[in-house]
Design a protein around this ligand. Structure first.
Ligand code: NAP
Length: 267
């Protein structure tokens, strides 16, 4: 699904978009991905909001258009090789070459190791790792051609190990190694690669996790906040602010880093 820019009377359609700056954000239908898409649009990027949830992507793209930015919505599954390359090709054809990529799409399939199914292991590794690989391989050519690029991968504090998340922790740790390798391979082309590792962020992913624990969300949130140095659970905008910086020109000398966005020093 593609959403075309609309014209608002008395307003130009794309007042703040920087020429040549196009970002593709995966998992952009909601949560952290939607916040990053809106943040990058505010920072002057034209944005392709990619998600399996095409309606949610359209909502994100429309909110950017309503704020005067440029955006399209693309329904695509990042684990699917052809859909990934088509998403990058379509974003590049409709908005311009994709020079910033945020690999944010994610799923949870938590279970203790002895109960974890092979399907749940594969599903999590596929979305986070295979998805990031396919999207990055498709987008890097545009960045190299432009001699400018920004890649941001969503890792997690779970990369340090978390009970019940053998699949997710392995995927998120894998993304850190992937990120550092991209930084080494692509740095000479003006392309940086960094990872953001959030702690608890208030999104549907965490709501579903807390539901499965059989706990009231507000009670959980208050208790979780007490354990976090700054005294609260994070918001999608807390993460988007860091993504905005990492995709900016100011971050040109920051590459191969993992930035924990967890409200405290412990990942
Ligand atoms: P979320 O609310 O569950 O949103 C994730 C989005 O990704 C959903 O719209 C989902 O669409 C989409 N998606 C899933 N599989 C996809 C695929 N194969 N192709 C394209 N899109 C796909 O999650 P979130 O909390 O915003 O998390 C965003 C990222 O941050 C994830 O990588 C997550 O692991 C990471 N993270 C989150 C937290 C946290 O506390 N929330 C902490 C650390 C790291 P569907 O609805 O169709 O599945």
């Amino acid at each position: 699904m593609t959403t075309q820019p609309t014209t608002t009377p008395g307003k130009t359609t794309q007042p703040t978009t920087m020429p040549g700056r196009v970002a593709l954000v995966t998992g952009a239908a909601r949560g952290i991905g939607a916040a990053i898409a809106r943040r990058l649009a505010r920072d002057g990027f034209a944005v392709a909001a990619v998600d399996t949830d095409a309606e949610g992507s359209a909502r994100t793209a429309n909110s950017i258009l309503e704020s005067g930015g440029r955006a399209i919505a693309v329904g695509a599954d990042v684990t699917h090789e052809q859909e990934s390359s088509r998403a990058v090709a379509r974003a590049s054809a409709e908005l311009g070459p994709v020079t910033a990529l945020v690999n944010n799409a994610g799923i949870l399939r938590d279970n203790m190791l002895f109960k974890m199914s092979t399907e749940d292991w594969d599903a999590v590794l596929n979305v986070h790792l295979r998805g990031a690989f396919l999207m990055t391989r498709a987008a890097q050519a545009h960045m190299i051609e432009a001699k400018w690029g920004r890649i941001v991968n969503l890792s997690s504090t779970s990369a340090l190990g978390k009970r019940g998340q053998a699949n997710y922790a392995a995927a998120k740790a894998g993304l850190q190694g992937f990120t550092k390798t991209l930084a080494l391979e692509l740095g000479k082309f003006g392309v940086t690669a960094n990872a953001i590792a959030p702690g608890f962020i208030d999104t549907e992913m965490v709501h579903a996790m807390v539901d499965r624990m059989g706990v009231e969300f507000d009670d959980w949130k208050t208790a979780a906040g007490r354990e976090i140095a700054v005294g609260r659970v994070g918001t999608p905008d807390d993460v988007a602010a860091v993504a905005g910086f990492l995709c900016s020109d100011d971050a040109a000398y920051v590459s191969g880093q993992v930035i924990y966005v967890a409200g405290g020093p412990r990942g």
